[in-house]
Design a binder for this molecule. Structure first.
Ligand code: CAA
Length: 260
């Protein structure tokens, strides 16, 4: 896969996907949104890929938001369409069978924070900064931020963040539950990779179904979520991964999962 604005490196089942427009702090224009959608779609279908790490090029930013230069010229129709395409990308990440982990290496603002929130979880460098500056531009978050942030940290903290447009430190984002782990900047990628290696060593079908159960269960009543979880649990007993995982435990050896 060749892209103008993305770098893709894969090794040992893990793909590092880097948004590469450092001259504009990796701002998301229509081209980047389109390229991300098509890269992630392909990576989801590629059996050799077990997990994806999403990050930004350069030392300063993960993604400093949607591209303001491009948005400034949009009509209402074009802005609505842009938001729908951004949201489609976020939903694709949500629905992917493989885990997608955000390594936030600097500013994650507006659409950049929305992109990180769409990932399964976020590790961040201590110098990262988070916020929704949209109200300062006369608009609101448009790539799912009002919905995903309120679900993650609750409506009151989400409203403080979105209504003030304030930029918060990585430490505060960690304290509020936006970030799972804070890392020294030079250790960010290696720490993410330790966790991702742990995940890809497990049964890929179990990982995919667990992601599915958590993501979809959040949109259900608890009882419906329980029923959904039980169905997925049962289906996994028709897989080689279940036989291998339990068989390996009983035989006191390391499981060798095939994702089948
Ligand atoms: N869009 C387009 N260009 C951007 C950008 C963005 N979101 N963020 C930064 N850039 C560009 C700057 O214009 C600048 O380009 P030039 O060198 O050509 O002037 C370059 O990146 C470097 O940025 P700064 O000189 O501004 O760097 P700084 O260190 O002084 O400030 C910053 C860093 C605080 C992140 C500042 O760049 C900033 O405030 N950026 C905009 C953040 C923002 O408002 N994001 C939300 C966008 S709206 C959105 O995302 C809507 C949505 O939900 C879909």
């Amino acid at each position: 896969m060749q892209f103008k604005n993305l770098l893709i490196e894969s090794s040992e089942g893990i793909t590092i996907l880097t948004i590469n427009r450092p001259q504009v702090l990796n701002a998301l224009n229509s081209d980047v949104v389109r390229e991300l959608e098509s890269a992630l779609y392909e990576l989801n279908l590629d059996a050799a890929v077990k997990a994806i790490v999403l990050t930004g090029a350069g030392e300063k930013a993960f993604v400093a938001g949607a591209d303001i230069k491009e948005m400034a010229e949009m009509s209402a129709f074009e802005a609505h369409d842009f938001a729908c395409r951004g949201q489609r990308l976020m939903l694709l990440i949500n629905r992917m069978r493989k885990p997608v982990i955000a390594a936030v290496n600097g500013y994650a603002l507006g659409g950049g924070l929305e992109l990180a929130l769409a990932c399964d979880f976020i590790y961040a460098s201590e110098n990262a900064r988070f916020g929704f500056p949209e109200v300062g531009l006369g608009v609101i978050p448009g790539f799912g931020g009002t919905q995903n942030m309120a679900r993650l940290i609750g409506p009151n903290r989400a409203k403080e963040l979105v209504l003030s447009g304030r930029i918060i430190t990585a430490a505060k984002a960690h304290a509020w539950g936006i970030v799972n782990e804070l890392c020294a900047p030079e250790e960010l990628l290696s720490k993410v990779l330790v966790t991702v290696h742990e995940i890809v060593g497990k049964g890929a079908l179990g990982v995919a179904y667990a992601k599915d159960a958590i993501a979809n269960g959040l949109n259900m009543t608890k009882e419906d979520g329980f029923r959904y979880e039980a169905s997925l649990f049962g289906v996994l007993f028709a897989t080689g991964d279940q036989r291998e995982g339990m068989g390996a435990f009983l035989q006191k050896r390391t499981a060798e999962f095939k994702g089948k």
